[in-house]
Design a protein around this ligand. Sequence first.
Ligand code: B12
Ligand code: SF4
Ligand code: SF4
Length: 384
Amino acid sequence: MQQRTPEPIDAAYLSALRALGRQSGIDHIGVAPASVMQRALTALQTRKLEGLHDTMQFTYRNPVRSTDPTRAVADAQSVLVAARSYVLEAPEVPDGPYAAVARYAWVDHYEPLRFGLQNIVRKLRADGYKAVAFADDNSMVDREAAWLGGLGWFGKNANVLLPGAGSFFVLGSVVTTAPLPVAAEPVADGCGSCQRCIDGCPTVAIVAPGVVDAGRCLAWLLQRPGVFPRQFRIALGNRIYGCDECQTVCPPTVRFERRSRRDENDHIQAWVPLLELLDGDDETLMAHYGRWYLADRNPMWVRRNALVVLANVVRDQGRPADDEVVRVLRHYLDHAEPILRAHAVWAAAEIGRHDMLPTNDTNPLVLDELVAVAERPATASGTS
Ligand code: B12
Ligand code: SF4
Ligand code: SF4
């Protein structure tokens, strides 16, 4: 690409970028220096050593790269950081066996965020600067950049909270050779003595202020391939993708939610019909849920999660005798995939239907589940 003599940078130039961002769906913009994000680098390395990343890759795959903006743009001068609100009006809770989707995934907010960032990239390039956009990309730690760029403070729930607006925002950035005016200092802590998120996490996954143990975090466990850890299945409740608990208990986020609400409410996917999902073939599942992060692009993990959630929802709604639920569970107790049979065993037992459990399944995963069921004490759901 031919570089022309760059436009000079002043406060008005940043204001023009902010206005462009607003026109293209970006609510807040800040600027961080393009230097190595040392604190994030140390955090990634130590948490990896301590095993807090569980089996996650993402920014942990190459911590040096994901904390150094100059890896993306050799002579980068600044990082424009951006936040887009994902607050939408909540649809009514449907009746029946439905699962909940976390708010950030009700619609695809990354696509419009990337669109806005690309508009800024185009403007910077047209003015003679190099620029590359990132949003939820393994090569950039979005939260640390947002914090350094003065967008918000790090909450004890590890999310970045924008003053007067809370944490229901997706984040992205543009690394550029433009020497944009960097934020004078980070936003002051707004948590104070509060620790509702730490106390409210259903799996005690926030092990220190701002530190999440991924191996206990429901948002990661729903994405991780393999057996869903037995000790967290009841805590999963009705969540099928993501977890909002540490944000819905957060006073500043809840208080300011209305203020940042978007009015684009089309095609919201906040609730998932579980029986329909469990009846769907691969193609249908990918059409409905393919924009979620699915390990190996394999819809089996959505079915696994749905079986656990179905048991939780059916148990809580007190409807274990429902013919449709029984039909679906029978189908999965006989499924070709042992991992799905194993989760169906747990689900059937959890709703008190021990009469449905297989007696001739010899797969080790299924046998392990049957042993666990036999050892489990009776629950309030009427298991006996
Ligand atoms: C891996 C990942 C996850 C993992 C692990 C999360 C985690 N906390 O590490 C899982 C799958 C669990 C996850 C879940 C969620 N995620 Co996520 N995730 C990411 C991803 C890809 C990388 C995050 C990362 O690098 N973590 C590494 C660790 C080292 O970073 P950290 O936890 O932020 O650690 C910092 C703090 O500890 C801070 N710090 C240091 N000392 C101290 C001291 C104190 C007192 C405090 C408070 C903080 C603090 O510095 C550290 C380094 O920056 C980013 C996208 C990206 N490319 O950056 C999205 C991202 C962080 N996720 C996001 C979202 C929306 C979520 C969920 C809300 C989704 C949901 N509803 O389920 C949950 C929230 C869970 C939580 N409480 O963090 C948003 C966050 C937006 C925001 N406003 O903060 C991001 C930025 C995606 C995006 N581009 O918008 N996520
Ligand atoms: S997302 Fe859910 S499980 Fe993860 S830390 Fe927050 S409340 Fe805990
Ligand atoms: S719940 Fe309280 S401690 Fe946790 S992030 Fe929100 S304000 Fe901070």
